[in-house]
Ligand binder design. Structure first.
Ligand code: GDP
Ligand code: MG
Length: 357
């Protein structure tokens, strides 16, 4: 039951790489949210990063200016998110695409997307030619209310239009010689369910340098502790930074996010005495999370238990496990968690030192 963790060493690159930028002494990765007007960019940004309830986005005004939002300092990945109006001219806004780590393009799937695909092709070519390593993430958005079949047809249609469009383009330098191709990832998203969190988590994970290390750690932890699925969530944003490599369906993720919310709500009902409070308040500064116990669990009706452990200031380990395994081996699992926690704390501290240069 007790895992044997291999010791691992991590080296961080010291120079500021392409696609990174510094502000307030923190290196942040730039993520540009692009797409036609009213495709849902601002709603995504508000729901994911400020916790705005999805229905409140109905009242969002059409922003005519670009805005940036910096992910909290305590985050695992330093992010700067650019939300630009649909009609904006990138050159006039002074956005240097070579500085971009990720381009997120939002397409409204409930609308005619012909014009959106044309704009997407233009921006892919520009972003790719400016930085061959840019991650391009395409959100086929507002899929709530669409049948599963219609969703998949729409996704297939958009993919084929984009591929056709790109193969017709001579402008993607190098691609025609069969060298490098822009790497495109597609996500079906909606702000009315957890798909937007899942998609944005995957976007952010690609920017985390230590992801493979944490993933390996979780794989070892799960296989040695009888755990079906584990996620490391950032509590404030509810984005997950890593999960083990077991394939899980969307409902597993949903149930884990719901549990995270429930733990959070319950923890607000109680005052947690002791070191934890002082530590959280002292370290967190601007965005310290509410004080809460280091561990808690919820038993679901289908003989499964969801357990959580506080890993670091704002990072939570959530694990889905059979209830009988949890009851029998709780102490061993808690013991294994201490290995994961120590490793995560080391990695996070190292990442933060890497961010502050
Ligand atoms: N049904 C649905 N509506 C959405 C979704 N995301 C955004 N919207 C709505 O789309 C409208 C335009 O959103 P907004 O964020 O202002 O678009 P922007 O111009 O791209 O920033 C708003 O009324 C939102 O409530 C979604 O996932 N599903
Ligand atoms: Mg907007």
């Amino acid at each position: 039951m007790v895992p044997e963790f291999l010791s691992f060493s991590i080296s961080l690159a010291v120079a500021v790489k392409k696609g990174e930028m510094q502000d307030e002494g923190i290196v942040r990765k730039k993520v540009l949210l692009a797409g036609l007007r009213r495709s849902g960019k601002t709603s995504i940004q508000r729901v994911v990063f400020t916790g705005m309830p999805a229905k409140d986005t109905l009242g969002l005004n059409c922003a005519c200016t670009a805005c940036t939002i910096s992910h909290p300092r305590s985050s695992f990945v330093g992010l700067q998110l650019w939300d630009i109006p649909g009609h904006a001219n990138l050159d006039l806004l002074g956005i240097d695409l070579s500085q971009l780590s990720t381009l997120v393009f939002v397409i409204d799937a409930q609308d005619d997307y012909t014009r959106a695909v044309t704009q997407l092709l233009q921006i892919i070519i520009r972003a790719y030619n400016a930085n061959k390593h840019v991650n391009i993430e395409i959100f086929v958005h507002k899929v709530d209310g669409l049948s599963d079949e219609y969703k998949l047809d729409t996704l297939r249609d958009i993919k084929s239009r984009v591929l056709d469009g790109l193969s017709d383009e001579e402008v993607v330098q190098g691609a025609s010689q069969g060298a490098v191709q822009p790497q495109l990832s597609y996500h079906l998203t909606s702000i009315y369910d957890h798909s937007i969190l899942d998609a944005f988590s995957q976007v952010v994970q690609k920017l985390a340098r230590q992801l493979p290390v944490i993933q390996n750690l979780l794989n070892v932890f799960c296989s040695n502790s009888g755990i079906a699925k584990a996620f490391i969530f950032e509590q404030n944003s509810r984005l997950y930074f890593a999960t083990d490599s077991t394939i899980a369906d969307a409902s597993t993720f949903e149930v884990c996010v719901d549990a995270l919310d429930t733990f959070d709500k319950f923890s607000r009902l109680y005052r947690w005495e002791g070191d934890t409070v002082e530590k959280l308040e002292g370290e967190g500064g601007e965005e310290s999370s509410p004080a809460q116990p280091a561990t808690a669990s919820i038993r679901l009706a289908n003989d499964l238990t969801i357990a959580k452990w506080q890993m670091h200031q704002n990072l939570i380990l959530i694990a889905l496990i059979r209830s009988d395994t949890y009851d029998r081996f709780k102490q061993s699992i808690d013991y294994n968690v201490t290995f994961v926690r120590d490793a995560i704390v080391d990695i996070v501290e190292m990442e933060r030192r890497g961010m502050r240069r």
